[in-house]
Design a binder for this molecule. Structure first.
Ligand SMILES: C[S@@+](CC[C@H](N)C(=O)[O-])C[C@H]1O[C@@H](n2cnc3c(N)ncnc32)[C@H](O)[C@@H]1O
Length: 403
């Protein structure tokens, strides 16, 4: 007998215990720099094919409700779930010791403390000008946004294909679609007429201000989400050199480019600490260099709320140092009069406005260009997007011009 199959929709105590077990795994992974909550949940269900769709949805909701309400990494899945019980008291009755269910609650059991942020980040958030409302908005559920690939499709036509899709303000190719739209199953997705891309990512790609015919370097291209947006902005004319140090990620780029009808991108896998040498042929050549830098991801907690349990002061310091090094490497690739675009999906000034300002201080003659995208708030030498103010993931972008 297994705990879920015949209980689909019926055994809430077994679901609760399953959520506790999953939380234990997610907590351990956050501590040991293991996989994301999404990956752990997907793998767990992959091994339990008997779990029905209602079970999956209910267990997932319990896990994420608990993660969202806990700023600090909890001691255990059970302590996390007991915190959720305080907010959803009806769950208490399910701690009944039934087969597959959690044992009953002892009076002195540890209960994780509710909160938004880990305590060590509170000051950095305050110094970055993020009040309690901004912080709370970082943990709301993210909407589902798409970018219509204007190389292949007309936004109005795609809107007509997806019931409930609405245009995103100030993004001519952006649509917000119902969160259950299953866009990846649509022919339009399979045929490369749309990409799943948060509005914030779309805005920062536009902030690069690239034009047809230019030579662009996307230094941290990953799987190419922004490379494809840049190619669309360039109407597939010019050239984009997409680089990364992560082979599996970068290897996803060319198949995506092909699907999207992008023919101007080529990839270059870099070795860590040899980036400048491996890009020596590009020195002073690029009209624009985009650095979508590795960062703490504080702006994407809506999607990975457990990421705040993973971050440590040491990791944050490492991100800041890597970003500074990448900016300096990128600067050497920009032609005189060209631009260097610094992007992070973080709201911490150490990674965003402070990092861009430090670059400007190190590179006399370079200047921040004003950005006017109809969204975002000017912040230091760039623009900041937040879930609260802009209904996007949190981003910082600065566009800096070489003299
Ligand atoms: C924020 S992600 C990029 C996301 C991507 N631009 C997109 O839109 O899908 C940051 C990327 O930087 C890469 N990275 C980290 N260190 C790097 C380095 N030294 N040189 C180049 N890329 C690096 C990571 O592998 C990761 O793919």
């Amino acid at each position: 007998m297994h705990p879920f199959g015949e209980f689909d929709g019926v055994n809430p105590a077994a679901r609760l215990q399953a959520a506790i077990d999953l939380l234990d795994k997610i907590i351990a992974a956050a501590r040991d720099q293991g996989g994301s909550a999404d990956t752990i949940i997907a793998r767990w269900f992959g091994e339990r094919r008997y779990a029905g769709s209602k079970d999956r949805r209910a267990i997932r909701a319990l896990v994420y409700d608990a993660i969202r309400m806990l700023g600090e990494r909890p001691e255990s899945g059970r302590a996390a779930m007991l915190a959720l019980v305080r907010r959803q008291p009806e769950l208490a009755a399910l701690f009944d010791g039934s087969p597959y269910g959690p044992t009953s609650i002892a009076p002195d059991e540890p209960v994780a403390a509710a909160g938004v942020l880990p305590a060590w980040l509170a000051e950095a958030f305050a110094l970055s000008g993020l009040d309690a409302d901004e912080q709370a908005a970082l943990l709301e559920r993210a909407p589902l946004d798409i970018r219509v690939n204007t190389l292949k499709a007309d936004p109005a036509a795609i809107q007509a294909e997806i019931p409930g899709a609405v245009p995103l303000p100030c993004l001519s190719a952006g649509l917000r679609v119902p969160s259950d739209a299953a866009v990846e199953q649509l022919p339009a997705y399979k045929e490369g007429r749309l990409e799943v891309q948060d509005a914030g990512s779309q805005f920062v790609s536009l902030a690069a201000g690239v034009e047809r015919g230019q030579h662009v370097i996307d230094l941290c291209a990953g799987g190419g989400g922004k490379t494809l947006a840049l190619a669309a902005a360039m109407a597939n004319h010019g050239s984009i050199l997409a680089c990364d140090i992560d082979r599996p990620r970068l290897s996803r780029l060319m198949p995506r480019a092909e699907r999207a009808g992008v023919s101007i991108a080529e990839t270059r896998l870099l070795n860590p600490n040899q980036e400048a040498a491996m890009l020596a042929d590009q020195a002073g050549r690029a009209d624009a260099v985009l650095i979508d830098a590795p960062c703490s991801g504080t702006g994407t907690w809506r999607r990975n709320p457990e990421a705040r349990w993973r971050l440590t002061p040491q990791r944050l310091d490492r991100y800041v140092a890597t970003q500074a090094a990448l900016l300096d490497i990128g600067a050497d690739l920009v032609r005189p009069g060209g631009v260097l675009v610094h992007v992070v999906c973080s709201l911490l000034d150490a990674e965003g406005a402070g990092q861009a300002q430090a670059f400007l201080d190190r590179h006399p003659g370079w200047s921040a260009q004003p950005l006017s995208l109809g969204a975002g708030t000017p912040h230091g030498p760039g623009l900041r997007f937040t879930p609260l103010a802009d209904s996007t993931d949190g981003f910082f972008v600065a566009r800096m011009r070489r003299p």
